[in-house]
Design a protein around this ligand. Structure first.
Ligand code: B12
Ligand code: SF4
Length: 557
């Protein structure tokens, strides 16, 4: 397995990415940033990401044939073995709301079997620290918000035999049993933060061609961040809540452009990426920075292609778009959300329908593909609003669209405004249902009409994505792919994907004898592979359903 190459046996901190992000093509950036920051501050780390199992082709194939609970049990075993072998002083888990039950269950397993101190961070821990800090909780500490500085301080303090007292951005249970919840400050200076610690994960997996880096374009690429934070206040987004205590620190903080360029050079040299996607909350805020970035990117001579997500109100300058295209930009993704101005205003989007039309027109004239994210089930939506969205799409004709239902996520204003009664801890699993495509709980219904959302989404997707596959990609893209280090992989993916689809359909028929034969073979392969790593499983076998909860890996695939 990929992680056996590590030279050092012991480490101070182990960071764990949840199994629900198992097939996500995106590296666990939060953990990568934490890891490099800790290493720079004298704390040795190790990252466990469930895709590490997939670095090995045999295991990847085996995983296609076993049940989700078996995969989770396998992952759980790997984690506990690693903790026992490497004896860290602290184990860190990352948690979104959808992962809450898994996180608590995993923490319980780790605590019972290893006794190690456990810290949880990430979006849900920041929004609801009290969900982890209670009597009998297996979690010892919560880190609120961006975790670099507080985690480094906490790890040092634990190594030195001290407690968490005096460290900001931390929550824990005090000696008298009452929760101590610190303030959540954002990191003031991310300029000097080290590059994400790519060496700690299996980049063969993350850099392989996928259509999910730049959506609908097959590309060997990686996501990158050039900034953190967003100054806007869309009511369906948790981003501004996460930054709310920025005090006098600007909500948007930038990385050094030279560092970003160095990161891309590293990724191209070491992992042969052909492109990248800018995952910033809000790219294009500063014209000067974008210009500097594009010029420096051209100067590298790497000819990387790229995509980014941005807002229509920030696209108003054709000369900048042309520079971006010259530097390799293929596609811009926009949060269009709706064609109804009343809906846009109602969610605090801060854009106009006219701005949408202008941005799409400018992109078209600059030869840049466009991706429109559309939201249904907006608060107080009526049939009339949906018709306006349809009219808008007819006019702007994006290269591709995605349609999702508005979901009142914890940490968003629409959750505060419209969800009553609020979800209790035991109800978070509701978010694991297909909430982005159907109303699974009546508290999720925000619209004022009773149209069938599933049929409506399908109608939109079919009508506006018809031409997407036929839309031509620039010569730059084909030149890049033609010379790619991953050319064989591109060809394999193109020719093998129909077979993969057939396997997927085949696996749905649970009772077939052939299916059971494959499953048993896969289980044997997994067992054999673990033994070949000299792992002693007997003492750490974990029950099949140790991780509980419904895994939403399908959505992140
Ligand atoms: C990229 C991304 C994804 C990627 C995940 C990539 C990955 N490997 O982590 C993918 C596409 C897989 C994804 C999926 C989903 N996502 Co998402 N995603 C994001 C996005 C845009 C950026 C996250 C990121 O990488 N940030 C950059 C890194 C550096 O920051 P970070 O991860 O937050 O990590 C920092 C801190 O949180 C903290 N930290 C994080 N982990 C840990 C662990 C420890 C131990 C410590 C101490 C600290 C710590 O320190 C880190 C460094 O400062 C955010 C928006 C945002 N602004 O956060 C939404 C966001 C996190 N996603 C969200 C949602 C809802 C989802 C989905 C449910 C959506 C869906 N359609 O299904 C799924 C759920 C995934 C799952 N487990 O099933 C919501 C979460 C809301 C909530 N209440 O939980 C967000 C906030 C967007 C929103 N709508 O508001 N997502
Ligand atoms: S949806 Fe985008 S623009 Fe709106 S607040 Fe969230 S990150 Fe900012």
């Amino acid at each position: 397995m990929a992680h056996t190459h590590l030279k050092e046996k012991y480490c101070d901190v182990i960071l764990i990415s949840p199994p629900a992000r198992r097939y996500s093509p995106y590296p666990p950036f939060g953990l990568l940033y934490l890891s490099s920051f800790l290493e720079e501050n004298g704390i040795s780390t190790r990252i466990i990401h469930s895709t590490m199992e997939l670095g090995n082709t045999t295991l990847y194939l085996a995983h296609r044939f076993i049940r989700r609970s078996e995969k989770n049990a396998f992952f759980c075993r790997v984690i506990i073995e690693e903790i026992l072998a490497r004896r860290p002083c602290l184990v860190g888990l990352s948690c979104y709301t959808v992962e809450y039950h898994w996180t608590i269950e995993m923490a319980r397993q780790i605590k019972e079997r290893t006794g190690v101190l456990i810290v949880v961070g990430g979006v849900h821990a920041t929004l609801k620290p009290e969900d982890f800090i209670f009597k009998g909780s297996p979690v010892d500490y919560v880190v609120l918000g961006e975790g670099e500085t507080p985690l480094a301080k906490l790890a040092h303090s634990i190594k030195d035999g001290h407690g968490p007292t005096g460290i900001e951005n931390i929550a824990y249970l005090s000696a008298d049993g009452s929760p101590v919840i610190g303030v959540c400050n954002v990191e003031r200076d991310i300029m000097s933060f080290p590059q994400p610690d790519y060496q700690k994960i299996d980049m063969r997996y993350f850099s392989k061609p996928s259509t999910r880096h730049i959506r609908n374009i097959l590309l060997s690429g990686v996501e990158i961040f050039t900034s953190r934070g967003c100054p806007y206040n869309c009511e369906f987004c948790a981003s501004n809540y996460l930054q709310q205590n920025s005090g006098n620190v600007p909500r948007v903080r930038y990385r050094d452009v030279n560092m970003v360029i160095e990161e891309l050079k590293y990724l191209a040299r070491e992992h042969g990426i052909d492109g990248f996607y800018i995952q910033d909350d809000c790219f294009l805020l500063s014209r000067e920075r974008v210009t500097e970035f594009c010029e420096k990117l051209v100067h590298t001579g790497l000819n990387l292609v790229w995509g980014a997500e941005t807002r229509v109100n920030l696209v108003n300058d054709q000369s900048l778009l042309q520079l971006m295209r010259k530097s390799g930009l293929l596609q811009l993704d926009f949060g269009v959300e709706s064609g109804s101005q009343a809906m846009l205003d109602g969610i605090g989007k801060g854009i106009t329908v006219e701005q949408i039309k202008r941005a799409f027109d400018l992109c078209k004239r600059s030869g840049i593909r466009t991706f429109a994210n559309i939201m249904l089930n907006l608060p107080h939506e009526r049939e009339k609003d949906i018709m306006l969205t349809e009219q808008l799409l007819d006019e702007i004709r994006p290269t591709m669209i995605s349609v999702m239902l508005t979901v009142p996520l914890l940490g968003t204003r629409i959750y505060e405004k419209y969800v009553t009664p609020k979800f209790t801890m035991s109800e978070y699993d509701i978010y694991n249902k297909n909430v982005f495509s159907e109303i699974s709980d009546k508290r999720f219904l925000l619209a004022d009409h009773d149209m069938d959302f599933k049929r409506l989404s399908k109608h939109f997707q079919v009508r506006y994505n018809k031409m997407a596959g036929k839309s031509r990609l620039s010569a730059l893209y084909w030149k890049k792919i033609g010379r790619s280090r991953h050319l064989l992989m591109y060809l394999l993916i193109i020719f093998l994907s129909p077979i993969d689809i057939v396997i997927g359909i085949f696996m749905r028929f649970d009772s077939s004898t052939l299916n059971n034969f494959f499953r048993r073979t896969a289980q044997r392969l997994l067992g054999a592979s673990e033994h070949s790593n000299n792992r002693n499983n007997s003492a750490i076998m974990v029950g099949e359903d140790c991780l509980g909860g419904e895994d939403n890996e399908k959505r992140t695939q």
